[in-house]
Design a protein around this ligand. Structure first.
Ligand code: 6LW
Length: 522
């Protein structure tokens, strides 16, 4: 199987591939390889099902296999689990013929737990609880078969992965540069004669970085790489920022690769990223026994390069399958009695949980926004309730177009402010709701330029879009809302029962950006 540095089937020159390799909210990537197959897991926070598992044969094209935590017995997010609570950074490894996944549910009653599977598409086991404190647990096995769990801090403890029991006392290892903020995201590897401890430091914002140390055993002592940090975009004029939280993998041809998280801030200053933290790929070479990270190349913008065949699903989900596709995620939980594909066959039926989009208990079903510009639309029957189509960043930051009682309202929630931006009446019967997200053209740079604009309204059967409101997208960005998540586009029930016949998600072809050097310049 070709590694991504060789010519790909996309017909690009050697070494060229599109970053991010997994667009939209896919942070804290952890990767492992089994033969010719790569598997990758990400954080999922307040969403259920949790921990998406993706598969690739070249590290560039990824397909969603499922979500590891797809049963309430594996993932309990209490009713008040806020956004950016829930499931934090996982580590995915293959050892002794099985896949092992360790992650932390930071919600009350959660903690660090392990799951195993023989097939990464599932089913994954019930949780094996550990008493391990903190976040960002890693798993590594030494030559004697002992399993070591290393976590943010950076600390390490011996773990029996079958029982979740730890033994001995936790030891503090190397914690990055002097006074480094947030030493976290450790991954430990035996490579050749050394044990390498890869960590993130500087926080997951613009100061984010990757550093490495090596030692003779899994517990060190660790000697820091003289070139640390081995990756950071802090202070760089680069369209990809916040690079960090990385994991290493070796391709079958012997080449090494790093998956990492990064963001794509847009607009003026300080820059707003709206899709959350995405998964990027960079080549790794070795010098003097230390990893050297190559360029985290941005999306190719040169018009001569062929358009990338986005591994996008068909634009329409008709809701005529027995189960929702694993790309669909809900806030906190998705009980069958509140979310049904059989109640009215061919329709998605949602029953309101008594909570609106302003609450972490809303009955919402959505998918990650994965393109900077896109359209979503749905056909809604609100004869027995109220519900709508929303762009959700978190419970305090969302825009929605909501129908019910012969009316359609566009509503804005930004921090503690809530307002109705527009209202119109609609005839009885199902109504088509539509939202367009349009990324700002980067050549239009202005210090206060918004990252994108969001148009919400009603669509006629002939496709005519009645835009009821056009809103500045920055209020649905991480720089405004805070936290770790990105936008999710989806449908919800606000009152009673609402039914959706189909849901479309279509990327909008954006004009190519200029070369990266020009992007941040006025
Ligand atoms: C994660 C930490 C981080 O646990 O963000 O970017 C936290 N790094 O390592 C939540 O994803």
């Amino acid at each position: 199987m070709p590694a991504p540095h060789s010519a790909t089937s996309d017909g690009w020159p050697d070494g060229v591939f599109q970053n991010p390799v997994i667009a939209g909210m896919h942070p804290d990537p952890s990767v492992c390889r089994v033969g010719d197959d790569y598997y990758l897991a990400c954080s999922s926070f307040e969403y259920f099902p949790g921990v998406p598992i993706l598969h690739s044969r070249d590290l560039v094209h990824w397909e969603l296999l499922g979500n590891a935590l797809d049963r309430p017995s594996q993932l309990h997010l209490p009713a008040d689990t806020p956004s950016s609570g829930g499931v934090y950074a996982p580590t995915l490894r293959h050892h002794d013929g099985r896949f092992w996944l360790i992650t932390t549910n930071v919600a009350p009653g959660g903690g660090t737990m392990l799951f195993t599977a023989t097939d990464p598409a599932g089913p994954w086991s019930e949780p094996i609880r550990t008493g391990i404190p903190g976040i960002d647990p890693d798993l590594a096995w030494d030559d004697e078969g002992q399993c070591w769990c290393t976590y943010a801090g950076i600390e390490q403890v011996r773990l029996d992965p079958h029982t979740g029991r730890t033994s001995g006392t936790a030891r503090r290892l190397w914690s990055g540069g002097p006074d480094a903020q947030a030493p976290e995201a450790p991954h430990l590897y035996r490579i050749g004669e050394h044990w390498y401890l890869l960590i993130a430091e500087g926080g997951t914002e613009r100061g984010h970085a990757v550093s490495v140390a090596r030692g003779p055993g899994p517990g060190g002592p660790f000697e820091p790489c003289p070139a640390n940090p081995i990756l950071t975009h802090r202070g760089l004029n680069h369209p990809i920022q916040n690079t960090g939280h990385a994991d290493l993998v070796q391709a079958p041809d012997g080449s090494w690769w790093m998956v990492l998280l990064g963001v794509r801030p847009r607009g003026g200053t300080p820059g707003w990223h709206v899709l959350g933290r995405e998964t990027f790929l960079a080549p790794v070479t070795w010098a003097d026994g230390w990893p050297v990270v190559g360029r985290v190349a941005p999306e190719p913008a040169a018009p001569a390069w062929p358009a990338y065949p986005v591994a996008a699903p068909a634009p329409r989900d008709d809701f005529d399958t027995a189960r929702l596709h694993p790309r669909w995620i809900s806030v906190r939980s998705r009980p069958d009695e509140l979310c049904s594909l059989t109640d009215r066959p061919g329709w998605l039926t949602l029953r309101a949980r008594g909570a609106s989009l302003d609450h972490p208990d809303v009955m919402f079903v959505g998918r990650r926004q994965q393109h900077l510009s896109c359209t979503v639309r749905t056909l809604l029957d609100a004869a027995e309730g109220r519900g709508g189509l929303a762009v959700r960043l978190d419970e305090d930051h969302h825009y929605e177009v909501e129908a019910g009682g012969g009316r359609v309202d566009v509503a804005v929630r930004a921090s503690s402010l809530r307002a109705t931006a527009a209202t119109r009446t609609v005839p009885s019967g199902p109504v088509r709701l539509r939202i367009d997200v349009i990324a700002s053209a980067q050549p239009d740079w202005h210090p206060r330029k918004e990252p994108d604009r969001v148009r919400l309204g009603v669509e006629a059967a002939d496709g005519t879009f009645d835009v009821l409101a056009e809103l500045d997208g920055r209020y649905l960005s991480t720089e405004v809302a805070g936290g770790f998540t990105g936008r999710v586009l989806g449908v919800y029930a606000a009152a009673g029962t609402v039914r959706f016949d189909w849901f479309d998600y279509e990327p909008i072809e954006a004009a190519p950006d200029p070369a990266p050097e020009a992007i941040l310049a006025p």
